[in-house]
Ligand binder design. Sequence first.
Ligand code: PHE
Length: 367
Amino acid sequence: MDDTKELEDEISAAIEAAADEAALEAVRVAALGKKGKVSLLMRGLGKMSPEERKTAGPALNALKTRLGELIAARKEELAAKALEARLEAERVDITLPARPRPQGAIHPVSQVMDEVAVIFGDMGFVVAEGPDIEDDFHNFTALNFPPGHPARDEHDTFFLRGQKDGAPMVLRTHTSPVQIRTMTAAVEKARKGGAPLEPIRIIAPGRTYRCDSDQTHTPMFHQVEGLVIDRETHMGHLKGCLADFAATYFERPVKTRFRPHHFPFTEPSAEMDIGYSRKGNEIIIGEGNAWMEILGCGMVHPNVLKAVGIDPDEYQGFAFGMGIDRLAMLKYGIPDLRDFFAADARWLKHYGFSPLLQPNLATGLSG
Ligand code: PHE
C-alpha cells in the first residue's frame, strides 16, 4: 500500500511538472498505458490471494481514477495555456492600415450605361439587347430606309462578306434595329398568347459602328436606344421623358429645346438640344445661350410599325437614340473620344469610377 502511495505521489508530481500536452501524454502512457506502472500493478492482482485482492483491487482502481482526473485537469490547463500563448503570438495589430490591393476602375462608358439604365429604369423602361452584326432588314429596310435610299449612305456602313436575303450583313450603324427586334418579339408573343400587344418600354444600350474617325468619332462607339409603344403615347410624353432624363443625368437643371429634324423611321422627327455656356475652356451644361445637340428622337413612323405587323391606327409610340460616349464626354469633361478605346491604364485610373459605387437615384448617380 505504501508503494502505491509513493507511486501516486511520483506520478502526480510528474503530471504537475508536465510542461506541455506532449509531455503530459508521455506521463499518462508511463502510468496508465498498456505497459504503464499502474497497469502493471493491476495485472499483478491476478496473482494475489482473494483476501489481498479485496483491498488492493479497489485501491488500485481508485488510484487509476484519481490519476485519470488529475491528467484531464492538467490537460485542460495546458490547452488553455497553449491557446493563450498562440493568441498572444498571433495577435493582429488592428491599428495597421489595410494592405493596398490592386483595384480596377469602371470605364466611363460602363458608368454612363449604368447611369442611363438607372434613370430610365426608374421611369419603367427595361433593358433590351440585339446583335452587333445585323442584317440589312433590321438595320435599314424595316426602319423605313427603302433600298437605294440616300439616307443609307449617311451611315458610313461597314459591310460584311456574309449575306442574308441577297443583301450584305452589316455592323449595326445604330441601336435602332433593336426597336425592330423588340417589336417583332412582342407581336409574336401576343399572337401566340392570343392576347393584345402589351405596351413596350425599352432602352437598348450597345455598340454601334460607322466608318469614321476623328476627335469626336471612332469607328466603334456606343448608343442607347429608347422605344415606347402603346395606344396613347404622344409627342408630349416624348418631350417630358427626355427633358427629365437630361436633368437627372446631368444632376442639375438643364434647359432643353426640340428642333425639327429628319429620320426615316420617325415622323415627326426632332433633335433635342441642351443649353450650355462656356467659361474659359470649360463647358457649363444646363444654362446659357448656346445649344448643343445630344439626341435624335421622334414618333415611330407608321411604316416601321407596319414592317413589324403592328397596326399604326391602334398603336403609336416614340423612339430616341443618343451617343453614350458623347454623354460621358460632356458630363465628365473628357476631351478626346479616341482615348476611350486606347486601353491606357493611366487614363482609366484618372477617368474611371470606383467599382464599389453603384449608380443609383437615392445616393447619387456618380458617387
Ligand atoms: N438611330 C438614330 C441615329 O443613330 C437616332 C434615333 C433613334 C433617332 C431613334 C430617332 C429615333 O442617329
